[in-house]
Write a protein that binds this ligand. Structure first.
Ligand code: C2O
Length: 478
């Protein structure tokens, strides 16, 4: 990294928010830090170390739906944490994480008027976060997905260009943004809500956990490693940092309280050195159909295997021997007029509908939407961040001047990747799938804001009017 980044001492531990005493010193420091950041922005909206400018960095330069999703946000949190620590006056402050898997109810300590951790714009439902998106089985599937692209997103020309979202982003990450609602539901304002940082600390923890579980699986491409990201450091100076700089949390001076065993730094190091597990992606099946629409009526597409791959999809054994079967729902257009909708994906269950439970063995996974919403180009979101725009890489401009995939909500599309291997294994084990069987993929729109499973009628009605265009479905072995 370049610039005036101070060397960060090691030994910081990011802890589970639920393990902290609501009346203890850690929460008091967090409150104090956010209060100071808010005061800075109130005094000077252009203060690079204030709450507003820090949030605007996200509006203009966040990386989504590509393979920099995890590393851009790690770097963003790292600089923010240093700014917050300095502001709090507590040299031991670290960002806690909100483990929405273990604690799916929104943390009380971030609520209440007059609380600097509150955001009055939230739109929280009165139900806990849905285990279909954040439950342990789903998280395990994600962490055991060895293919980085399926886990964390695909190659892209630049950090601001969307291509394909991995499961970590498309399943729990996007969902929690919609679940909290308000500022959090919109990429332009998400980081104004203090819970943003704890949500992303949890996402970051899951990346560290993935890296520890999947040595040798991280990309080695110079494009991934060296693309520059820009932030403000603790002195308010523009700094440049890359993915290569943030691969190891230990090198950044912190770790998570849950990660045990081999330090992720070592595993990551091995990951970078080894491509023993690299395999050529092989398209094994795709749907013949062209552009189509996911709507209130579930839609089923039939994948046909390409000839040489006719018997490739047996998925015997573990993912290590068969690889990841990456199911891509391609060219998906977000339903901008009703973003509180998710899409559930089922294999070989053409009758699936909004009432089919995610616990069905035919269930693959889901995806949800987290978008830049209207007023994207508004000056409000550029306040104080001009220094980051047009310097060095693409931060800022790409996708913001009217042509980018980020900018045009109505026309920008993205692909969502899901790991099909665990579903095929489950179906095989239950005697419901044999090599060579048809591969029917059913896409079901579900509302995010009713308890879908217990209220199927309301669910159907709410999702009935939605229209989600997509370009196709394909299956690739990686
Ligand atoms: Cu760039 Cu969860 O957001």
């Amino acid at each position: 990294m370049t610039g005036t980044t101070p060397h960060t001492p090691t030994g910081f531990v990011r802890r589970d928010l639920a393990s902290l005493d609501p009346n203890g010193p850690e929460i008091a420091s967090l409150r104090q830090g956010f209060q100071v950041l808010r005061d800075r922005s109130a005094a000077n909206p252009n203060d690079p170390r204030g709450w507003l400018v820090q949030a605007n960095i996200h509006a203009i330069s966040c990386s989504h739906s590509n393979w920099w999703f995890v590393s851009w946000h790690r770097a963003y949190l790292w600089y923010f944490e240093q700014i917050l620590r300095e502001a709090s006056g507590d040299p031991t402050l670290t960002l806690p994480y909100w483990n929405w898997t273990d604690n799916p109810t929104f943390p009380q300590v971030f609520m209440g008027s007059g609380n600097p951790l509150n955001d009055p714009n939230r739109n929280l439902p009165n139900t806990p976060a849905d285990p279909a998106f954040v439950g342990q089985p789903e998280i395990d599937t994600i962490l055991n997905t060895s293919d980085f692209g399926t886990f964390g997103g695909a190659e892209s020309p630049s950090p601001r260009v969307r291509t394909r979202a991995g499961m970590l982003e498309g399943v729990p990450h996007n969902y929690i943004h919609r679940y909290v609602g308000g500022d959090m539901a919109n990429q332009n304002t998400a980081a104004r809500d203090p819970i943003f940082w704890l949500h992303h600390a949890n996402v970051d923890r899951l990346w560290a956990e993935w890296a520890a579980r999947n040595p040798g699986q991280s990309p080695t491409s110079a494009n991934w490693l060296n693309a520059p990201f820009q932030f403000f450091d603790v002195t308010g100076t523009v700094v440049t940092i890359t993915t290569d700089d943030v691969l190891s949390t230990l090198n950044l001076g912190y770790q998570y309280d849950t990660l045990s065993g081999t330090p992720d730094a070592i595993l990551m190091e091995e990951g970078i050195m080894s491509d023993a597990n690299a395999r050529e992606p092989e398209l094994v099946a795709q749907a013949a159909s062209g552009p189509s629409v996911i709507s209130g009526q579930p839609i089923t597409v039939t994948l046909s295997r390409s000839a040489p791959a006719a018997d490739a999809i047996t998925a015997e054994g573990t993912e290590e021997s068969t690889g990841t079967l990456r199911l891509d729902v391609e060219g998906v257009e977000a339903p901008m007029d009703n973003l509180d909708v998710g899409v559930r994906v089922f294999l070989n269950l053409p009758d699936a509908d909004a009432s089919t439970p995610h616990t069905s063995p035919h269930y693959v996974s889901s995806f949800t939407f987290f978008e830049h919403m209207h007023g994207d180009a508004s000056d409000e979101y550029h306040q104080g961040v001009e220094a980051l725009m047009g310097q060095g890489g693409d931060a800022g401009h790409e996708g913001h001047e009217g042509h980018g995939e980020n900018e045009s909500h109505a026309h920008g599309t993205q692909t969502f990747s899901l790991n099909l291997t665990p579903t095929i294994q489950k179906l095989q084990a239950a005697g419901l799938y044999q090599a060579g069987d048809p591969l029917d993929v059913t896409l079901v729109a579900i509302p995010l804001r009713s308890a879908a499973e217990s209220d199927a009628l309301a669910a159907d009605a709410a999702a009935a009017s939605v229209t989600i265009p997509f370009q196709g479905v394909s299956l690739t072995r990686v």
